[in-house]
Design a protein around this ligand. Structure first.
Ligand SMILES: Cc1cc2nc3c(=O)[nH]c(=O)nc-3n(C[C@H](O)[C@H](O)[C@H](O)COP(=O)(O)OP(=O)(O)OC[C@H]3O[C@@H](n4cnc5c(N)ncnc54)[C@H](O)[C@@H]3O)c2cc1C
Length: 277
């Protein structure tokens, strides 16, 4: 009950801290959605793989979280910055974000982050993601495609249910047309669940298919660089697999979406909490 009441807290419609607007949202289902947020002034340049921090004010206090940008930097002025977000039950910010309609004012700062591509790297790019951890890889491929220099990629995305897979049409279209040389390898971790009825693709958590995929596609440390993003347990497990196969640490880049072992902390105000949650 407390949570419901806290989630019903009014979100400030206007505030001096707001510098952006939610210009579009597209709900994939009740707990997954893409959000486009556009800055009031000129867009701030960013590198694919970096993140922005978006937030709203509740009772005059900023509530904000970082999100990887999924869009190409080139469209930030016209379309805004695209974020692909999962609603976290009991989370602090995402239940607020889910209540926002198009046009709502927001605060957005950034970019930040070092989870970016190496310049002129002609190795095969092994992108490994769980859930919405696919977002930075979509931004990287979109930008490389626009620049006319796509890099051979193997793109793994693990989800619990097939309906959670994102950007499938975008990536499948690249593969089908040959516009982007990408091998897309989605996997679902709960194949026996009725929600996955009819799924004929790979099964198992994404970290369990890293080794088999490397073997099948001949991905070796000499000509492969790996980027891993999303759930920290997945990241550490996939990293261990790659290091065990002889990948040097410098060839395995990681973006953890939360610290290992951390659970959603809910929305109840904590004594002495910072005004920025
Ligand atoms: C650099 C960076 C980039 C990020 N980019 C994205 C992104 O593109 N898309 C996205 O959905 N999230 C992303 N996150 C996570 C995001 O910042 C929030 O932690 C998340 O939205 C939950 O916020 P909350 O306030 O609702 O939950 P909180 O009250 O802050 O609770 C956080 C907890 O929620 C759980 N959690 C956090 N993120 C997820 C998730 N994606 N799926 C399942 N459980 C989760 C974890 O248990 C975590 O400890 C990113 C995090 C970082 C550090």
């Amino acid at each position: 009950m407390t949570d419901l009441l806290e989630h019903a807290r009014p979100i400030d419609a206007d505030a001096p801290q707001y510098n952006a607007s939610l210009v579009r949202r597209a709900d994939q289902h009740e707990s997954l959605a893409a959000f486009w947020v556009r800055l009031d002034g000129d867009p701030v340049p960013f590198e694919p793989g970096q993140y922005m921090t978006i937030g709203v004010l509740v009772d005059g206090k900023v509530v904000q979280r970082p999100y990887s940008v999924a869009s190409d930097p080139a469209v930030a002025g016209a379309e805004g910055y695209e974020f692909y977000v999962r609603l976290v039950e009991g989370g602090t910010f995402t239940p607020l974000l889910w209540r926002l309609g198009e046009g709502h004012r927001m605060r957005m700062i950034g970019p930040k982050g070092k989870f970016t591509l190496e310049p002129d790297d002609d190795r095969i790019h092994l992108f490994i993601s769980s859930g919405t951890g696919n977002a930075p890889f979509v931004a990287m491929m979109r930008a490389l495609l626009r620049e006319g220099r796509p890099r051979r990629a193997v793109f793994l995305n693990g989800v619990s249910y097939a309906r959670d897979l994102g950007y499938v049409e975008v990536v499948e279209e690249w593969r089908r047309t040959g516009d982007y040389p990408v091998t897309f390898v989605p996997t679902v971790s709960r194949p026996a669940d009725p929600l996955n009825a009819g799924w004929t693709g790979r099964t198992g958590r994404v970290e369990t298919i890293v080794g088999p995929v490397c073997d099948e596609l001949g991905l070796i440390p000499a000509d492969t660089v790996a980027y891993i993003c999303g759930n920290p347990d997945m990241i550490l497990s996939a990293e261990a697999t790659l290091l065990g196969r002889g990948f040097p640490e410098a060839s395995v880049k990681k973006e953890l979406y939360w610290p290992k072992g951390k659970e959603p902390r809910g929305v109840a105000p904590r004594p002495g909490a910072s005004p920025i949650e």
